[in-house]
Write a protein that binds this ligand. Structure first.
Ligand code: ADP
Ligand code: MG
Length: 292
C-alpha cells in the first residue's frame, strides 16, 4: 500500500458509500490474486452475545461476576459483551488489581485476592494452568458450533468457560461466492480458535484459513502470500489488522472498524458491506479501461 497519499474520493464511489483514499490502490485492485478477510467484525458483525456459561466450582453468576470485573478494564468486543451481560443481571463488579492485557490472547488480573486469567487456550498454556478434561471436551463442542469460547482460570486452575456467538454478515456469503467466481483466492485470517474458524470458513465456502493468528503475525501472513508473487488485498476492522492493511497491495477497512484500521487503509467501506469489495474490483476494471 502507498501510505499517506492525499485523501481522495471519486464521486461515484462516495455516492455508493465507499471512500477511496488512495486512487492508485483502486487501480491495483483489479490485479489482486487474493483477498484476505479478517473474521471478527469483518465477515461477521462483531457483536457478541453470551450463549453459555459453564463453571466447575463457583456458581455461574459468580464466575460471570469475577470475569466481568476484569473485563471491564478491557476494550475488546468480547470484554464488552461479558460486562454488558453482567450488568444486565445486576451483578456487582469488583475492583481489579495488577490488570494486564495480553494481545491476541486475553487478560489477567487479581479480583478479591483471586488470580484470574481470561482468554484463549494459548493463554492458559502460557500460564501453565491446570486443565479440566470435562471442560476441555465442552470447549471443543462449543467451538465446532462456531462459537467463540473464552476460558477462565482461577488461581491456576481451569474453572469455567464463557461461550459467545457472533453473526456472519449476510453480505459475506454473497461476497465470497462472487469473488471466487471472479477467480480470486479468498482467505480468512483470525485470532480465534481453529474449530471456530473452520466453522465460519465452511459456512462461507472459504477453502483456506489461518486461525489463532496473533496480532503481530497477521502482517507476516500477508508478506508470505506476496512472496509467492501474488498481489494481495486485505480487508479488516481491528487494531491488529492495521499493519496488515498497510502491508497489503490494497488495504480495505470496514467503516465501523477501529480508528487505526481506517487510518491504515487505502479504501474504507462506509456501509460495512463486504460485497462492496466486489463492486470495487468491478469499478477498478472499468476506471482503468477509461484511462487506457
Ligand atoms: P480477532 O483477530 O478474531 O479479531 P483478537 O486478536 O482480538 O481476535 O483476539 C484473539 C482471541 O483472543 C479472541 O478470539 C479471544 O479468544 C481472545 N481474547 C482477546 N482479548 C480478550 C479479552 N479481553 N477477553 C477474553 N478473550 C480475549
Ligand atoms: Mg476483527
Amino acid at each position: 500500500a502507498v501510505p499517506l497519499v492525499v485523501a481522495f474520493s471519486t464521486s461515484y464511489s462516495a455516492r455508493k458509500g465507499i471512500l477511496v483514499k488512495n486512487r492508485l490502490a483502486l487501480e491495483t485492485l483489479k490485479d489482486v490474486h487474493a483477498v484476505v478477510f479478517d473474521k471478527t467484525g469483518t465477515l461477521t458483525e462483531g457483536k457478541f452475545g453470551i450463549t453459555n456459561v459453564l463453571s466447575s466450582k463457583l456458581s455461574e453468576d459468580e464466575l460471570l461476576r469475577l470475569t466481568a470485573s476484569i473485563e471491564k478494564v478491557s476494550e475488546h468486543v468480547i470484554a464488552r459483551a461479558i460486562v454488558e451481560t453482567a450488568n444486565s443481571k445486576g451483578l456487582k463488579l469488583e475492583e481489579v488489581e495488577d490488570f494486564k492485557a495480553v494481545p491476541g490472547k486475553g487478560v489477567v488480573g487479581k479480583v478479591k485476592g483471586y488470580h484470574i486469567a481470561v482468554g484463549t487456550t494459548l493463554l492458559m498454556k502460557d500460564l501453565e494452568v491446570k486443565e479440566d478434561e470435562e471442560l476441555l471436551k465442552r470447549i471443543k463442542e462449543l467451538e465446532s458450533e462456531g462459537k467463540t469460547v473464552v476460558l477462565i482460570a482461577i488461581d491456576g486452575m481451569l474453572s469455567g468457560v464463557i461461550a459467545l456467538a457472533d453473526r456472519i454478515r449476510e453480505a459475506s456469503y454473497l461476497a465470497v461466492g462472487e469473488l471466487k467466481r471472479m477467480g480470486k483466492k479468498v482467505i480468512m485470517i483470525t485470532g480465534d480458535s481453529e474449530e471456530t474458524a473452520r466453522y465460519v470458513a465452511r459456512e462461507l465456502g472459504i477453502d483456506e484459513f489461518f486461525a489463532r493468528v496473533l496480532p503481530h503475525e497477521k502482517v507476516q501472513k500477508v508478506k508470505d502470500l506476496q512472496s509467492t508473487s501474488m498481489k494481495v488485498a486485505m480487508v479488516g476492522d481491528g487494531i491488529n489488522d492495521a499493519p496488515a492493511l498497510i502491508q497489503a497491495d490494497v488495504g480495505i477497512a470496514i467503516g465501523s472498524g477501529t480508528h487505526i484500521a481506517i487510518e491504515s487503509a487505502d479504501i474504507i467501506l462506509v456501509r460495512n458491506d463486504p460485497q462492496d469489495v466486489v463492486r470495487l474490483i468491478k469499478l477498478s476494471e472499468v476506471s482503468t479501461r477509461k484511462i487506457l
